[in-house]
Design a protein around this ligand. Structure first.
Ligand code: PLP
Length: 390
């Protein structure tokens, strides 16, 4: 048999899904893969039940059903403080995942480079590889996850760099980029004529006093920014696979074609049901934030009480826990080994931090707190025994 493609030969099994399997083996509380175990908003589910008996069972317009795009444009124009045209600037995709893939494919030629902050969300590497592009990593240095503007400029000025991917708020480190940091990035993108592809799937989970700054809303950035968004996290329905890109008309025209060949379109009945969610008032988003603020506090205070060192996320729903002490005590050679031991002995599933970093960082595991309070309390009870068990 002839060998399969070189381009995909370096792909490894996702560490996150591997940890989910290890959790199942040891019946551990799974805080590895970031999805909620609580119900999505009832009105959306009720609308879905109605839609089942209506006429939404064939392909929608490939770049998104008209009423979905109109509702999304209205919501995002309000949210982002910019005017978004539903017909010329939006493509509805199968999740933020497809939005990112379509954006990178639209922008990059084989041999181009893409700047990515490390730690990063695992799909960006694959997006680059499938597009024939090469990632250039710029460290966000723990524990504060700041970057050095000179290192960033050195990366962005490389001649074959075409774009920068910005995950804001960041998964895994919970960083929310400040206006000063955003301005530095924007100025460099303009100086070196780069696209910025933003991953803003956690835009509604920003803890006070931090605030969301949209790259597309900064002076001179609208024309070079491709926003990738998702409804997965905002409406707690990661299985619906609804996402979108927002970009200027010329770029959107090209994304539409890439998207058409990738997936044709997102599920028509789900787009229709989701219009209900997109029309929610601000109260819904305030409640969502209040819910996650409470869960963040529950987890952070719980970890403090146990004496586990951790960061306090500014956004999203992940916490990095420092595991140096346990690496030393157990003699584990890697954080993956330790994460597996935590599943087995402590009964809590985490993701080894090294899977997010380009640099050789082995001192963290990531947990998420998009779970019912009872699940989080059970995880904390188990973590309280970590020093006996490891
Ligand atoms: C930063 C980030 N981007 C994108 C995604 C994928 O989103 P979707 O479910 O919309 O494909 C995730 C999911 O965890 C994520 O954390």
């Amino acid at each position: 048999m002839k060998p399969l493609s070189n381009r995909t030969s370096t792909f490894t099994d996702s560490v996150i899904r591997r940890m989910t399997r290890v959790c199942m083996k040891y019946n551990a509380v799974n805080l590895s893969q970031g999805f909620p175990d609580f119900e999505p908003p009832r009105p959306i589910l009720q609308r879905l039940a109605e839609v089942a008996n209506e006429d939404f069972h064939q392909y929608s317009i490939t770049w998104g059903a008209q009423n979905f795009r109109e509702a999304l444009a209205k919501k995002q124009s309000r949210q982002m403080g910019i005017d978004i045209n539903p017909n010329r600037e939006i493509v509805t995709t199968c999740g933020g995942t497809e939005a990112m893939m379509a954006a990178v494919m639209t922008v990059c030629n084989p041999g181009d480079k893409v700047v990515i902050f490390s730690p990063w969300y695992e799909n960006y590497g694959a997006d680059c590889i499938l597009s024939g592009a090469e990632p250039v990593y710029v460290p966000l240095i723990p524990p504060a996850y700041n970057f050095d503007a000179n290192v960033l400029e050195d990366a962005m000025k490389q001649p074959s760099v075409k774009a920068l991917i910005l995950c804001n708020p960041s998964n895994p480190c919970g960083k929310v980029f400040t206006i000063e940091e955003m301005t530095i990035i924007a100025n460099l993108a303009k100086k070196y004529d780069l696209y910025v592809i933003t991953d803003e799937v956690y835009e509604h989970i920003i803890y006070k006093p931090h605030t969301m700054v949209y790259m597309a809303s900064l002076p001179g950035m609208r024309e070079r920014t491709i926003v990738c968004g998702s409804l997965s996290k905002t409406y707690s329905l990661t299985g619906w696979r609804l996402g979108y890109t927002i970009a200027p008309p010329e770029i959107t025209e090209r994304i539409k074609k890439v998207h058409d060949f990738l997936t044709v379109g997102a599920a028509a009945p789900l787009q229709e049901a989701m219009v209900t969610g997109l029309n929610f008032t601000q109260e819904y988003y305030d409640d969502l934030l209040a819910k996650y603020s409470h869960k963040r506090q529950l987890m952070c205070e719980g970890l403090d009480a146990i004496g586990l060192e951790h960061n306090i996320p500014q956004g999203a729903y992940y916490i990095m826990i420092n595991i140096k002490e346990f690496m030393r005590n157990t003699g584990c050679a890697t954080d993956l080994e330790l994460a597996e031991l935590m599943c087995e002995k402590v009964g809590v599933g985490t993701v080894p931090g090294s899977s997010f970093f380009h640099e050789p960082v082995n001192d963290y595991v990531r947990i998420h707190f998009a779970k019912k309070d009872e699940t989080l309390n059970e995880a904390l009870n188990r973590l309280a025994t970590i020093r006996e068990k490891l």
